[in-house]
Design a binder for this molecule. Structure first.
Ligand code: PMP
Length: 426
């Protein structure tokens, strides 16, 4: 059966971020439970990356599955213009109860990229409705905000965006605020803000995910937001990856004194069971749209906006996330990562860092050789052969597990990382 699926898959299906030729066969997954993916040939693979950072409480969680099943039998979907439903309202209430308390309204979409598109469009239209000339957006060097055109525009220009460069709108980039660069970055940032042409500042708070789990200080970000807001710039936190406990608190914005005006959410929102995006905003944004004039309304929506099954999954995930058990697990995993970080010493390790449940181990590489790509090609199969799913980001391995992972399972990942390090020539 597995062979046949693979053959058909090769012929008919196009997979994300994957060349159409020259890559290893996909693994056929037939079920998943807890922290494990189970393949058609019976392998149990430990999901060390929460299936692209979405899974919070383990796969096929019975409470989330039940919520989806019950909701699908009652109301599977309904157009969300002119209609509403309890799961969507309940979810808005739930989200606003844990988001920073300046957040007042929730706009639903389908995924992380659309949550970001909505955030950017809200900010742009805010200034349009106010008949202002502010047009420029600031983003941080190395940013990744998704694969749709607006999200790509505010992201780093890279091999992922190069075919589309001419179609992306212009954005002002500020350098990544590495600790030793904070002063110059802040000065440059302030100069840009002082131009009074800036409409919005978008950022991945505390951790830039796709560019290599790059971490920066909450104090620095807080200072940047504080200055931007003092000049009325709309601050958009892309919490698509950092949201729902990943940085150790429920949102990365919880580490800040100055709260973002707009917050983009997806990934963990449904516990990883169904696609859903949400963009929340403060009263200032809401007020700019409070009008009977259709031209001032936010004319944006998706067919599956606020899908009831996705909202029901998100409400079940919310109950799990806010339980004492889950909060303790987040703390436990954070502590385990931190003690591994402290004890990991290896000549090939350039840096090991962690924040909350995110652990990143960066390797020393000789950038002038093909070593980097060679290393990347070795990491993925090395771990998979040991039934551990870790996807490297260049010369970096990261661990971002579901909260149900046990200390023993975490230990097996750390051990495999140490074994991998021993295979690299010094
Ligand atoms: N923003 C951030 C910070 C992300 O990490 C991602 C996805 N990795 C996205 C946006 C895009 O989300 P999606 O893949 O659901 O479109």
């Amino acid at each position: 059966m597995g062979r046949d699926i693979l053959k058909q898959d090769k012929k008919l299906v196009w997979h994300p971020f994957t060349p159409l030729q020259g890559v290893a066969d996909n693994l056929v997954v037939t079920s998943a439970e807890g922290s494990y993916l189970i393949t058609e040939d019976g392998r149990k693979i430990l999901d060390g990356v929460s299936s692209w950072w979405v899974n919070l409480h383990g796969h096929s969680h019975p409470l989330i599955s039940k919520a989806i099943a019950e909701q699908s039998a009652k109301l599977e979907h309904v157009i969300f213009a002119g209609f509403t439903h309890e799961p969507a309202v309940e979810l808005a209430k739930n989200l606003l109860s844990i988001l920073p308390d300046n957040q007042k309204k929730v706009f639903y979409s389908d995924n992380g990229s659309t949550a970001v598109e909505v955030g950017i469009k809200m900010a742009i239209q805010y200034w349009y409705n106010k008949k202002s000339n502010r047009k420029k957006i600031i983003a941080i060097d190395g940013a990744y905000h998704g694969d749709t055109f607006g999200a790509m525009s505010v992201g780093e220009r890279s091999i992922f965006t190069s075919p589309f460069t001419n179609y992306l709108f212009q954005v002002e980039f500020v350098d990544f605020p590495f600790p030793e660069k904070e002063k110059t970055v802040f000065e440059h940032f302030c100069t840009m803000i002082d131009s009074e042409e800036i409409s919005a500042f978008i950022f991945e708070p505390l951790i830039q995910g796709a560019s290599g789990m790059r971490m920066y200080s909450a104090k620095m970000l807080d200072k940047m937001i504080g200055y931007a807001q003092s000049k009325d710039v709309i601050c958009i936190a892309d919490e698509v990856m950092t949201g729902f406990g990943r940085t150790g608190s429920l949102f990365a914005s919880d580490h800040l004194n100055h709260k973002p005006d707009v917050i983009c959410l997806s990934k963990g929102i449904t516990g990883g069971a169904l696609p859903l995006g949400a963009t929340s905003c403060n009263q200032r944004i809401v007020e700019a749209f409070q009008s009977n004039d259709l031209k001032e309304a936010f004319l944006h929506g998706h067919s599956y906006t606020a899908n009831p099954m996705a909202c029901a999954a998100a409400n079940a995930s919310f109950d799990l996330l806010t339980s004492e058990n889950c909060i303790e697990s987040i703390k436990r995993i954070s502590d385990q990562h931190d003690s591994f970080r402290k004890r990991l010493k290896h000549p090939r390790v350039k840096d090991v860092r962690c924040k909350g449940v995110v652990l990143a181990v960066e390797f020393e590489t000789d950038e002038d050789s093909s070593y980097l790509s060679e290393l990347r090609n070795r990491i993925y199969p090395f771990f998979l052969e040991r039934n551990i799913l870790l996807r490297p980001l260049g010369n970096l391995i990261y661990v971002l597990p579901p909260y149900v992972i046990t200390n023993e399972e975490l230990g097996s990942i750390y051990k495999a990382i140490e074994e991998f390090l021993d295979t690299i020539e010094t």
